[in-house]
Design a protein around this ligand. Structure first.
Ligand SMILES: C[S@@+](CC[C@H](N)C(=O)[O-])C[C@H]1O[C@@H](n2cnc3c(N)ncnc32)[C@H](O)[C@@H]1O
Length: 356
């Protein structure tokens, strides 16, 4: 899975246990990002709806959530991955934009990305393998990038991993049905079905996913956009329609309250961190109408960029790291019996997650 700001890697087993304890067989992963939480829910037998506004996230959801592994020809998939992985490099948009103008990948890997992305479009445009192959490419590119984990800047000296040759792997798709819902949570939440458990993990401050992961947006859209700035961001990053209500201090509270209010779920679990613009008491208040509200708190390491430090494009340190750990809260609401039952069990897994 790709490196991702706010990814819930350490909380995944806790969230999976909450799903089990709630006896949930249907679930929503709202703001699914990498889809790692949706994958955990699906692996534990739930039918999942995974929603996000990022285009790459919809590709991950099509691959890991909406694809039923039992309906895939695995020999054909292995053949397609091998065929793409054997393509010789081509000098194209990625090489020019993200290897020469910006330095997100070494040029020989950029040329492989160009060739493989073109190959997917040429050979697998209408195929059900397409999202699996695109996921394979995005994950392979992520393993050899030269960033601190976001695509707003690249490292002055190439990251050691960027010297490795780009290699495709076959994504591990899961058995069972699932659903991708692509678009804005503000408008789409009301159209989601009623489920047993909904997990809600919104952005919580000014950091925009559209710009932080613009290379993945472009690799999926494959529209060779005009770009600007040192990081060669897509020009449509300046457009209103690419902005999220969850990245604005003014709109984040009504947007989240609206989403929580419209969700139809027996149990609702909302993530929040102590770096959020929304305070814990505010979030608890937003969930009150659902019934009982309980909070679980976990200590967690901050994302890699924060741990390395803050640098300008020439590699000069321009900021100090204030702290390298923060607290993640899970706000759980629903029927009192359900909430007490699942929270009691979750406290026992809390120490394992905190130690991770
Ligand atoms: C904290 S991350 C979620 C991380 C995810 N739980 C994981 O473990 O990978 C927040 C996500 O919200 C998405 N997002 C931002 N604004 C959105 C909106 N208005 N509607 C839907 N998704 C949005 C971002 O693309 C990002 O993937």
């Amino acid at each position: 899975m790709i490196k991702y700001l706010g990814s819930k890697r350490r909380l995944v087993p806790v969230l999976g246990d909450l799903l089990d304890r709630a006896g949930a067989v249907t679930a929503i992963d709202l703001f699914t990002g990498t889809t790692r939480v949706a994958q955990e829910f699906k692996a534990r037998g739930a039918e999942v709806w995974a929603l996000d506004s990022a285009r790459y996230s919809a590709v991950f959801a099509d691959c890991y959530v909406a694809t039923d592994a039992r309906e895939i020809d695995h020999r054909e998939l292995a053949g397609a991955v091998a065929e793409l992985d054997a393509l010789p490099g081509e000098d194209g948009y990625v090489t020019e934009t993200f290897c020469r103008r910006a330095r997100f990948f070494q040029p020989r890997n950029g040329m492989r990305i160009d060739a493989i992305r073109e190959g997917i479009e040429r050979r697998f445009a209408g195929s059900r393998l397409r999202p699996i192959l695109l996921t394979s490419l995005l994950e392979a590119a992520d393993r050899v990038d030269s960033t601190t984990g976001v695509q707003m800047a690249y490292l002055k000296d190439w990251a050691p991993r960027s010297f490795a040759p780009l290699r495709l792997r076959i994504p591990r798709v899961l058995d069972g049905p699932g659903h991708t819902v692509a678009g804005d949570a503000v408008g789409l939440t009301a159209s989601l079905p009623e489920v047993d458990l909904a997990y809600v993990d919104p952005p919580y401050n000014q950091h925009r996913y559209f710009t932080n992961y613009h290379v993945w947006e472009t690799l999926v859209a494959w529209d060779r956009p005009e770009h600007y700035g040192i990081a060669c961001k897509r020009v449509d990053a300046r457009d209103e329609h690419t902005r999220s209500a969850f990245n604005s201090r003014r709109s984040i509270v009504p947007a989240l309250a609206g989403v929580i209010g419209r969700l139809r779920a027996r149990v609702c679990v909302v993530s929040i961190s102590d770096e959020s613009w929304i305070s814990l008491p505010e979030l608890v208040e937003m969930c009150r109408h659902r019934g009982e509200v309980e909070v679980l708190t976990y200590d967690s390491r901050r994302y890699v960029g924060a741990q390395i430090g803050v640098f300008d494009p020439s590699g000069r340190r321009v900021g100090r790291v204030s702290h390298v750990r923060n607290s993640e809260h899970l706000v759980i609401s629903g029927d009192a019996g359900d909430v007490r039952e699942i929270v009691g069990a979750a406290s026992s897994t809390a120490s394992a997650a905190a130690a991770g």
